[in-house]
Design a protein around this ligand. Structure first.
Ligand code: NAG
Ligand code: NAG
Ligand code: NAG
Length: 761
């Protein structure tokens, strides 16, 4: 892709969403429950009328043991869910959460979004808030048209967030959602610790918002690194910030409230660099999946991080098919810093250290494991052993920047941070507080051998600044980027795409340091950090560009365009590498590939899908009508009269097949719509069969006669040969429909028998 010299990344930051039942505090025996109700449930009218708190328990017909202490209403939801969040007694409370109390549904007309042509677009960023003070990224571009009339949101003022000073024609929304957080804390937010306002005192939300839609800022950079113009993916889009994440996490009831508000406000894209920890929850227990479903059904694209739990399989979160799930890759910019050992050997690493550098003088080097702490945990390094020396620390456990902090506190002169098998060759540059560099596992082993075997080992570090180029090749998938297969729906390939998420430069808060360490007193306008939190807003910004260029496209069509035009080769012409293995990445790692904005605007064909398709998908997954009514606003569609033969029949722009035997054959149905400029286009299929299977499409030629015509085809993926000899767990291929102008490519992933390890539902 085009290089992104200005936006780029270091610390892995993903904010884990706490589950609905937050650890109940000692102060109260209550937990937060999200209660989904039918649209006509009297509790909704009761609460919105204000008499709800007293009447809540009665209206919900809750069992008596849940009513003492008295239930407390946190939120009522009307746009991204229909229901309430309330504090209920958790002692012997129902095992299931969220509780589902649906009564018979009535048919309420779905809200229709205005599809005004080429109207300005609003990106809703659900994150740690926003820090607009003195940040050019949130100043309006000269000549920016007025905000879209369809947007009804705004900025909330508090003592620490002056909306009339901070909001403008660029930053048009700023709200905060804290009731679930406070309920879990058991007390009010301590305002000396964090700001009970939309203000971002952490940095993450400011970074993601500016990546998606930041205005251009000339002469940006992080100290001397990555200097140049910084600009978001969609610089003309507006930003509406919804603060959902706080010092100790992000809570489901707050997340759902922000979805609710963002949908009601009329955002066009929701950017969510937040995800559940651990395996992805079932869709019906996942407030993000539920909120996103409602948003998508109202025409809003929801782009979300895949998570930073790689490289294990099934680690991707935010994996519902209506969500655009984004993994993280590198860009062609590096911050090299070499380790020069006393024996003359030189090993390359990366660093964003910006203080006084080391010179060529060799300094004694010690292994952290010999000085009290292999991982270099603060307070555990023996100052007598590390003072004045370079310390070799291993990755894992504590934050990488905290390791540098530990060395500084113990009086060390510098640090060599080495990867272990877990992180392989993945390098993430950090703005350490001591001269430091990070090396991959292979070099790490060599350095460690030297340090432990040489009687008087020495080293120094040579910092080489910012280097842009083809070596190493880019993009490569970060080892931390979460991977498929899809834990909840193995026939839906995840992640969907990859985008820049390593060493990304974007705006930062003025309220905390670039490392978020208390001992770091630096304050910066821009910071360089890494994570799928950084890749998600790149795609959110691209979705905003597509929403503006193609206002008639559905969220599924936008997603299809980004997926089928994504590229799979790096800038050296090889398959995009996986930094965890050093081998070619697979579609379970890179999804459909790396997003390509210029091609996505003209994909030729799109695989569309809407609410009815997603409901059929949930029915096929085995969800009951009452579970499905958590998703739909109109309960009448939840009778599962339309099921697919397989969940993989959802009209998805990718194929994942799970064989149950070595004789299996799977056929999926697909429909494509011609959105190219040529109404008479003829598309032919080119197939790259995964090893061990035969792939056929029928028909093999799609002859369109007019614009916007839809045609269908079946794809059959069948085990080939007898006996079959496939010694891999998975094999991969692709199908490309081409009219000579557009290549519409979908990956194919095959899971062989006895390798399906997913949960049910
Ligand atoms: C908020 O900002 C406006 C505009 O800059 C200013 O006039 C007003 O005095 C500020 N309010 C407070 C409470 O500081
Ligand atoms: C390198 O730095 C050290 C410590 O600042 C200093 O004592 C030494 O003279 C320097 N060496 C050279 C070659 O500049
Ligand atoms: C199920 O829902 C569909 C679509 O709303 C409707 O046409 C059909 O009559 C319903 N079937 C039953 C058995 O209720």
């Amino acid at each position: 892709m085009a290089t992104l010299p200005h936006l780029a990344a270091v610390a892995l930051l993903i904010l884990a969403a706490a589950v609905a039942v937050a650890a109940s505090s000692a102060a109260s025996d209550q937990s937060t429950y999200i209660i989904h109700l039918a649209p006509d449930h009297p509790a909704l009218r009761g609460t919105s009328a204000g008499g709800g708190v007293a009447a809540l328990g009665r209206l919900l017909r809750l069992p008596r043991h849940l009513l003492s202490p008295r239930p407390r209403l946190l939120y009522s939801y009307a746009h991204a869910a229909t229901g309430l969040a309330a504090r209920l007694t958790s002692r012997r409370s129902p095992a299931c959460s969220p509780s589902t109390l649906t009564s018979r549904a009535t048919s309420t007309p779905p809200i229709r979004r205005r599809s005004g042509a080429a109207s300005p677009v609003v990106v809703g960023v659900l994150d740690t808030g926003i820090y607009p003070i003195g940040r050019g990224s949130f100043s309006p571009l000269a000549g920016l048209s007025p905000p879209p009339a369809s947007f009804s949101g705004g900025c909330v003022s508090t003592a620490s967030f002056n909306a009339s000073a901070y909001c403008n024609n660029k930053l048009i929304g700023a709200k905060f959602f804290y009731k679930g957080y406070e309920a879990a804390l058991g007390h009010a937010i301590d305002e000396t610790e964090e700001s009970k306002s939309p203000l971002d005192t952490e940095g993450h939300g400011t970074h993601t918002a500016s990546t998606a839609a930041g205005s251009p800022v000339a002469g940006a950079g992080f100290f001397e690194y990555a200097r140049g113009e910084a600009v978001g993916m969609s610089p003309a889009a507006r930003i509406a910030a919804y603060k959902i994440c706080w010092k100790s996490g992000c809570y489901d009831s707050d997340i759902l409230a922000a979805f609710d508000e963002a949908v009601a406000d009329g955002v066009d894209v929701i950017s969510l660099s937040v995800g559940a920890g651990g395996y992805a929850p079932s869709f019906f227990r996942d407030s993000i999946a539920i909120g996103a479903f409602h948003a998508v059904s109202k025409g809003i694209v929801v782009s979300a991080s895949a998570g930073n739990s790689g490289p294990g399989e099934y680690t991707a979160t935010n994996i519902a098919p209506w969500i655009l799930t984004v993994g993280a890759s590198t860009i062609d910019r590096e911050f090299p810093a070499d380790v020069v050992l006393g024996n003359g050997e030189v090993y390359s690493g990366v660093s964003l250290y910006s203080g006084e550098p080391l010179n060529s003088t060799q300094i004694p080097v010690v292994y952290g494991g010999d000085c009290g702490s292999r991982l270099c945990i603060i307070g555990e390094l023996d100052p007598a052993k590390v003072s004045g020396k370079i310390v070799l620390c291993e990755r894992g456990g504590n934050a990488r920047v905290a390791k540098g902090g530990a060395v500084k506190v113990a009086g060390g002169a510098g640090m060599i941070l080495v990867n272990t098998a877990e992180s392989g060759e993945e390098l993430v540059a950090d703005s350490h507080l001591v001269p430091a560099t990070m090396v991959g596992q292979k070099f790490g082993e060599k350095i460690k051998q030297y340090v432990t075997n040489d009687p008087s080992p020495t080293a120094t570090i040579a910092f080489r600044g910012t280097v842009i180029g083809n070596s190493p090749s880019a993009p490569r998938v970060a080892a931390f980027s979460s991977r498929g297969p899809n834990y909840r729906a193995p026939e839906i390939l995840k992640p969907d795409v990859i985008a820049p998420g390593v060493n990304i430069l974007a705006a930062w808060t003025g309220d905390s340091s670039p490392t978020d360490l208390d001992i770091d007193t630096r304050r910066v306008e821009f910071n360089i950090i890494s994570g799928t939190s950084m890749s998600c807003p790149h795609v959110s910004g691209l979705a905003a560009l597509l929403r503006q260029a193609r206002p008639e496209w559905s969220p599924a069509a936008i997603k299809s365009a980004l997926m089928t035009t994504a590229y799979n080769l790096d800038n050296s012409g090889e398959i995009i590498n996986d930094l965890a293995s050093g081998l070619d990445s697979t579609p379970f790692v890179r999804g459909a590939g790396h997003v390509d904005p210029n091609r996505a605007v003209d994909p030729g064909l799109v695989y569309d899908a809407g609410v009815d398709d997603y409901v059929s998908f949930l029915c096929t997954l085995g969800y009951s009508p009452s579970m499905i009514s958590l998703f739909t606003t109109d309960g009448s569609v939840a009778n599962c009269s339309t099921k697919f033969p397989r969940t993989g029949d959802l009209n998805y722009p990718a194929f994942a097949v799970v064989f149950s035997s070595y004789k299996d054959s799977v056929t999926y149905h697909r429909v494509v719509r011609n959105v190219g400029s040529n109404g008479d286009a003829v598309y032919e299929a080119k197939i790259g069969s995964p090893s061990g299977v035969d792939v056929t499409v029928s028909p093999s030629k799609l002859v369109f006669g007019e614009h916007h015509q839809s045609l269908s085809y079946d794809i059959t993926i069948a085990v080939s040969g007898n006996p079959v000899i496939v010694d891999s767990k998975y094999t991969f291929g692709s199908v490309t429909w081409s009219d000579g102008v557009h290549d519409v490519t979908s990956p194919i992933a095959v899971t062989w028998p006895s390798n399906a390890g997913t949960a049910s539902m």
